[in-house]
Design a protein around this ligand. Sequence first.
Ligand code: NDP
Length: 459
Amino acid sequence: MTDPAPFDFDLFVIGGGSGGVRASRIAASEGGAKVGLAEESRMGGTCVIRGCVPKKLMVYAGAFPAQIEDARAYGWDVRAGAFDWPRFRSQLEAELTRLETAYRGTLANAGVQVLDTRATVSGAHQVLLADGRHISAKHILIATGGRPFVPNIEGADLAVTSNEMFHLDHLPKRALVVGGGYIACEFASLLHGLGVQVTLAYRGNAILRGFDSEARDHLAAAMAARGIDIRLNAEITALTRGAGGIEAALKSGGSLAADLVLYATGRIPNVAGLGLDALGVEIGPRGQIVVDDYSQTAVPSIFAVGDVTDRINLTPVAIREGHAFADTVFRGVPTKADHRDVASAVFTTPELGSVGLTEEQAAAQGRCDVYAASFRPMKTLFAGRNDRMLMKLIVDSVSQRVLGCHIVGEGAGEMIQLAAIAVKMGATKADFDATVAVHPTVAEELVTMRKPTRSVGNA
Ligand code: NDP
């Protein structure tokens, strides 16, 4: 007679988002593990259900009016009619349901047992389900992601977060977006595209802190030129409902009025009530689960990946972390997730794509040459628009290695993905120069900038 398995599962995952799904699929299908996964909400997590995917579809929806305007300049007799938000929203909902079903199918095919319930950690090898059941697992992976953070100001309950944006009954006439990060800038742009009058209030003096300064300024100018009212150094102290909608009081005096206020003031790790403190899992100052390079917590049987660890909060990073965890623990291939040179795009209008060091970061490290070109692309110039594209390479003056690339303009998200391969491979400026241009494109500028615009930083 063989001994019964000491644990119910080899791996139990809490959270069915990008990181948790990838880890459980690889552990089960390639590592031969018996895997269970608990998800309290819809399968797919933030990215699929209330983040990247519905946001990008809204970005696409909001891009049509300008495209139709441009089409007229190109000779087409077309006109944008009214936008049918309820119709779009139900189409969006159907798409999310399709994706959720696909996720479930993938996990079922891999042999992962999905439990649609909340789970908390009750021991180093124990999980407690909402119905009171205890489950044992040799390894536990926490992939519970994050949730929107709204500062504790008077009237905060009058604001919505990105979570609610996909379920609005109707689009507002006037929206106030608070924050200056990815989510604030993206929603400001897409709402403007959908015909909403948008004010963006940011507490700092330039949106998108952490990105390349020239790119931030270029993008802010482009968003303002399209009609978004960007208020910098604008701190909101209270929200009140009045006859004219919601009034947002500014610390500097005065107020802003809107029909909808969206707070996009960051996201915080989802650890509340998981029971981790009692077990000795270390929680960092931002509420994040502290892990080592292999995503292992201070309790050896408990691991964590994705936004709950607050390393780089991007879906593809969570996927890499989840995959690396499964490779390490279940495939015998110790793998660290690589967090260097991770490209990202802000899906504003125009887009901002970025990889590697900003000019400021590179200058702080040593001497570097900056190649920057700002120009009017053929496509929109023909349509009578004054849009300017920014292409920028940061090059180490000594090694000539391209340390960073920043693009603002249509298609920046697609372009930066490809530029990131070269940057990640350690390409030099000479490698870029040796690449023959594809003409006529905007991307050709990346391989045709011959002379540095300036050199910065100390040798
Ligand atoms: P971010 O951290 O990017 O930005 C938060 C913004 O809110 C900052 O401008 C910050 O200002 C401001 N803020 C923070 N606290 C307050 C406060 N108390 N009062 C007023 N303003 C405040 O967070 P997001 O919510 O935009 O996005 C969360 C994460 O999701 C991002 O970090 C990103 O990793 C990911 N994401 C990625 C996307 C993509 O890849 N396209 C799209 C959307 C999200 P300050 O700069 O002064 O700190």
